[in-house]
Design a binder for this molecule. Structure first.
Ligand code: BTN
Length: 257
């Protein structure tokens, strides 16, 4: 693998949460570029305080430690780059083309337009005073899942082996993903190439232009996803008003006519 910032990689059989481990490492002074992987997590964390479950050895469960040189309002770029890199790595290794759903899910779009989640991303910050000292970006990517998924999961999720018809080597995915992630982070870190990254991201984000159901902690409404703000929030047209969404689940209903 060509040299990247990801030069310290630890892969364990089992842990509570790789995000939690990476945050502890950040607090203890670990350098940018630490990569923690696990075959199984007993307390995997998802967005919106959910848990994240995956069968043993079936997923890439990974967290990277970054010490970002982007401003606090631009931290979403780190998760966006993680998603774009994962999409690139999956296409390269398996030939499967995934799409991005706001904020950072990787989804498969079925021929009938239905969607299934293949990966989710959770960023957590280690804050010292009012400064973001480190950001841990964690990803769970479904790679080799059993044929029979429980009905509730089968309705919303799938895995790369189901999409490509064969088992996939998780190492190959990790190596390709880290290479792409490093390249994209370099684009972001350089102010003259950051716009190039944002264009790439917006072009892959299939949420824009869709009629969406937005589910926040307080309400659910249906609107049209219009654009991304400079800090990665989603602007949704709801009746006569434009709403800026910071944290929510978004369900794609159909392309907006
Ligand atoms: C989501 O809810 O969509 C985000 C899920 C993120 C899960 C990954 S698995 C590896 C890393 N460690 C964790 O505890 N969570 C993230």
């Amino acid at each position: 693998m060509p040299r990247t910032r990801f030069d310290k990689i630890e892969w364990v059989a089992e842990t509570g949460s790789t995000n939690q481990d990476a945050l502890a490492a950040a607090a203890a002074g670990a350098q940018e570029g630490l990569v923690l992987l696990a075959d199984y997590q007993t307390a995997g964390r998802g967005r919106l305080n959910r848990t994240w479950e995956a069968p043993r050895g079936a997923s890439v469960l990974v967290s990277v430690l970054l010490r970002p040189s982007v401003g606090p309002n631009e931290l979403f770029l780190l998760t966006a780059a993680c998603a774009v890199a994962a999409r690139q790595a999956v296409a390269e290794v398996t030939g499967v083309e995934l799409a991005l759903k706001w904020p950072n899910d990787l989804i498969w779009v079925a021929p009938d337009g239905g969607t299934r989640k293949v990966a989710g991303i959770l960023a957590e910050s280690h804050v010292v005073g009012s400064n973001v000292d480190a950001v841990v970006v964690g990803m769970g990517l479904n790679v080799n899942w059993p044929a029979d998924l429980p009905d509730d999961l089968a309705a919303i999720a799938t895995a790369l082996n189901h999409l490509s018809g064969k088992d996939i080597d998780r190492n190959d995915i990790v190596v390709a993903w880290l290479r792409h992630y490093d390249e994209l982070l370099q684009l972001i870190e350089n102010s003259s190439t950051r716009a190039q990254f944002l264009e790439l991201y917006a072009a892959q984000l299939m949420t824009l232009g869709q009629t969406v159901r937005v589910e926040t902690a307080n309400e659910t409404f249906i609107g049209v996803a219009k654009q991304l703000t400079a800090n990665g929030h989603l602007l949704v047209q709801y009746e006569n008003e434009e709403r800026e969404i910071t944290v929510a689940d978004v369900v794609h209903l159909r392309p907006h006519e």
